[in-house]
Design a protein around this ligand. Structure first.
Ligand code: UDP
Length: 384
């Protein structure tokens, strides 16, 4: 297709990330309609893109570590059509006063950091107050009035959340929607896994191979290195699926929605391992939030290793990438004004983290895209 002159496509998908790929795949395979996908980047997959680091042979996730985890069997079965899985249950540690302890902070973390009698006493109080194997958000734990529990809550807040959250968002946990710190609750149990979902894995040939298979269809045409702003005047369409920032789509009419960005710095090191596990968080030290050693994902055997360090920063359009929407009441109100405009546009669908301004995990992204497709399918059937 020559997009420098006026062209018409049936379905135009802007953004070849997870949302865009799911709708493209569904429309091509279920409706038998053609789909044209554009992406401004030079590669497919959006932020799930991975590749082998040439110097070390380690498969790295270029946009930070991604573990596919879900309780939703439908989502799991859907994604499983495009990949085999390497089962992987993430275990994350945070450095607290120089000691690596499990995060989410749990009873093992408590015993690693407190004197035995004190840890045992607090453990008993936690179990009595919340029950064994439960999870409590840090902001909720801080509301307790019992002296030991309040002291523990303040300790965890200061040592695990305060510094990390300020680095990550430039805000305190209270300034953000409580769902953000609630993603990493305090666990009154001994389960060291980061996630507790039924299905947890990484694609056995990597995310890029998964992405390639998802859009490998004769009715799907892909154009990389192509900006929406460069083609929006020349391409017309029956349906548009937009997965970029929603405020950008509307030329920042109501003002810019804030997104948070990351400067992810990769380092190759001439030794077999650099750290004790996949992910080490540094809430109180350094300017980066976490260090990730990717070879742990696939148990890759290489003489050298690659790690990444994430330095959070503000998002400036054109300069860096918008990684995270920033969930807060104020930002949500601004998003809703854009959403209202969006819902008035016929045959135009806004999908994914950036267009929905939602802090989606991968499974939620897939689920939302499948739901969008199901809605269109229902409308079409109804029209027939
Ligand atoms: N968080 C924290 N300390 C940690 C881990 C997480 O304060 O050691 C907070 C922080 O605000 C972070 C949020 O919990 O942004 C969500 O963490 P998650 O690991 O889900 O972030 P993601 O992997 O999505 O960047």
């Amino acid at each position: 297709m020559n997009i420098s002159k006026k062209e018409h496509v049936k379905n135009l998908v802007v953004g070849c990330g997870l949302s865009g790929m799911v709708v493209a795949e569904r429309i091509a395979s279920q409706f038998g309609e053609s789909v044209f996908i554009i992406d401004k980047r030079a590669h497919i997959g959006g932020n799930i893109y991975d590749e082998k680091e040439p110097e070390t042979g380690v498969t790295v996730h270029r946009y930070g570590p991604h573990v596919f985890h879900t309780n939703d069997k439908q989502v799991w079965d859907y994604v499983s059509r495009f990949t085999e899985w390497h089962p992987f249950m993430s275990r994350v540690k945070a450095v607290v006063d120089g000691t690596e302890v499990p995060v989410p902070f749990n009873l093992n973390s408590l015993h690693a950091l407190f004197p035995r009698t004190m840890a045992t006493r607090i453990e008993g109080k936690l179990i009595a107050a919340f029950g064994f194997n439960t999870e409590v958000p840090i902001l909720r734990l801080r509301e307790t009035e019992e002296a030991d529990l309040r002291q523990l809550a303040d300790f965890i807040y200061e040592k695990v959340f305060a510094g990390y959250t300020m680095k990550q968002w430039g805000l305190t946990a209270e300034q953000l929607d409580s769902s953000v710190s609630g993603r990493v609750p305090i666990r009154i149990g001994r389960d060291d896994r980061y996630f507790r979902d039924t299905y947890q894995a990484v694609p056995s040939e990597g995310y890029t191979a998964l992405a390639r298979r998802m859009i490998d269809h004769s009715l799907i045409e892909l154009r990389l290195n192509t900006n929406w702003s460069d083609v929006k005047e020349t391409i017309s369409y029956d349906r548009l699926f937009f997965t970029g920032p929603i405020d950008e789509f509307f030329d920042y009419k109501f003002g810019a929605l804030p997104y948070r960005s990351l400067d992810i710095q990769f380092r190759n090191l001439p030794r077999e391992f650099a750290q004790s596990g996949l992910q080490i968080n540094f809430p109180c030290n350094y300017d980066f939030t976490r260090s990730v050693e990717y070879k742990y994902f696939m148990d890759e055997k290489t003489p050298h290793t690659t790690i990444s360090r994430e330095y959070p920063c503000a998002y400036s359009p054109g300069q860096n990438e918008p990684y995270y929407p920033i969930p807060s009441a104020e930002n949500d109100a601004l998003y809703r004004r854009y959403q209202q405009l969006a819902s008035s546009l016929p045959n135009t669908y806004f999908l994914g983290r950036l267009a929905s301004y939602r802090y989606f995990n991968m499974d939620q992204t897939v689920e939302a895209a499948l739901q969008c497709f199901a809605k269109i399918e229902t409308t079409l059937n109804w029209q027939k």
